[in-house]
Write a new protein. Structure first.
Length: 153
């Protein structure tokens, strides 16, 4: 007696069950993508913005009360070394934010990652390749942190 005769229609039912499950999974995905694209999650439905609409939005933003804006520092005031003024330094590997006494943060650029970070030094490394950007906090000059940036290939 053949195996297919003993099992009857069971293999056919199993195969049809898998086909129905795959079809339902694809349909759920299509419906989900359709909901996202139809504006369910965003107010605009991908419509292009005209120059006039941009101007109006900018005017509305600039018409807000000035109390909501951040105050700009006066250019005549020079920080003293003990104020702890942070400054950002753009490098090939990312942005370094430092005060006179320590490095506050390292934010890697696209294609780089932070390899190490201490209070006075840090290193960015390329995700692919051998490029490295080493930074070292060397001190402070009139309240502004000074960095030494070294590129290694």
């Amino acid at each position: 007696m053949r195996l297919i005769d003993r099992l009857g229609r069971l293999p056919l039912v199993i195969v049809l069950g898998w086909i129905v499950a795959a079809f339902l999974a694809v349909m759920v995905g299509v419906v989900g993508i359709g909901l996202v694209g139809s504006g369910l999650l965003t107010p605009r439905q991908g419509a292009a913005v005209t120059e006039e609409e941009v101007r109006q939005a900018l005017e509305e933003t600039s018409a807000e009360p000035s109390s909501s804006r951040l105050p700009s520092p006066s250019p005549s005031s020079s920080p003293s070394p003990d104020q702890g003024t942070a400054r950002s330094f753009p490098t090939a590997g990312g942005i370094v934010v430092a005060e006179c006494d320590r490095i506050l943060s390292l934010s890697p650029a696209q294609g780089f990652e932070v390899h190490e970070q201490d209070d006075d030094e840090g290193e960015f490394r390329a995700v692919r390749g051998r490029d490295r950007v080493k930074v070292e906090l060397t001190g402070c000059d009139q309240g502004t942190p000074q960095l030494r940036i070294r590129l290694d290939d």
